[in-house]
Design a protein around this ligand. Structure first.
Ligand SMILES: [Fe+2]
Ligand SMILES: [Fe+2]
Length: 187
C-alpha cells in the first residue's frame, strides 16, 4: 500500500495510545492488533461529506471524543466509568472501518473505494464489534452508541425507544450533538 497510508496509520496509532494509554483494556496488544487489522486507523468516514481522507474516520472519532470531553466539563455530564466517553467517541463508528478503503489511482494518489455493500446495521454493528473485540459495554455506553445517529438512525420503533432512553439519560443528546458538530465541520 501507498507509503502515505502507512505513515497516516502510524501517526494515528501513536495518537490513540496517548489518548487511551491509561485504560489498559483499550490498549492491549490484542486490541491494537485488531484495530490495525480492520483498518481502524486509516479508513475514511465517507466518500465526500466528512472525514474523506486516509484516517478520516479515526479523526472524526477523536473529534467526537474531544467534544464529549468539553461537554462533560461544561455541562457536568456523569458517565458510568471514566473511559465511557472515550469508548463512545472513539468507537461509535467502528462499523465503518471495513466499509471503505483506498486504491491507488493509475494517475497517482489515492481514491476512496467501497469495500463492502453498505450495511444498515450502523450503530448495532459498532456495538457488536466493540463487544466482540475490545470491551464489554455498559448500558449507558451501549445506548449512547445505539442512538448516536438521532432521528436518522432507524424507523418508528427505534425512535420511540430512543425517546424513552433520552428521557432517562441526557448524555445521549450530547453524543448526538458531538457527532453532528464534528460531521458538519467536515471531520
Ligand atoms: Fe455514525
Ligand atoms: Fe460519527
Amino acid at each position: 500500500m501507498d507509503e502515505s497510508v502507512n505513515k497516516a496509520a502510524e501517526e494515528r496509532i501513536d495518537k490513540y495510545c496517548l489518548i487511551a494509554g491509561r485504560f489498559p483494556q483499550l490498549t492491549s496488544e490484542a486490541v491494537l492488533d485488531y484495530l490495525r487489522a480492520v483498518n481502524y486507523f486509516t479508513a475514511p468516514s465517507s466518500f465526500k461529506v466528512h472525514g474523506a481522507w486516509v484516517g478520516g474516520n479515526f479523526d472524526h472519532s477523536v473529534k467526537v471524543m474531544e467534544h464529549l470531553l468539553e461537554f462533560t466539563k461544561t455541562e457536568g455530564l456523569k458517565w458510568d466509568r471514566e473511559e465511557s466517553l472515550y469508548i463512545i467517541g472513539l468507537f461509535h463508528d467502528l462499523c465503518k472501518s471495513d466499509q471503505r478503503g483506498f486504491k491507488e489511482k493509475s494517475s497517482g494518489g489515492l481514491k476512496i473505494v467501497s469495500l463492502k455493500p453498505s450495511d444498515d446495521r450502523h450503530s448495532e454493528k459498532s456495538i457488536d464489534l466493540i463487544e466482540a473485540n475490545i470491551i464489554k459495554l455498559t448500558k449507558q455506553e451501549r445506548e449512547c452508541i445505539l442512538y448516536h445517529m438521532g432521528e436518522y438512525g432507524g424507523g418508528e420503533d427505534y425512535k420511540l425507544q430512543m425517546a424513552e432512553a433520552m428521557a432517562q439519560d441526557p448524555n445521549i443528546a450530547f453524543v448526538q450533538k458531538a457527532d453532528t458538530i464534528a460531521a458538519r465541520a467536515g471531520i
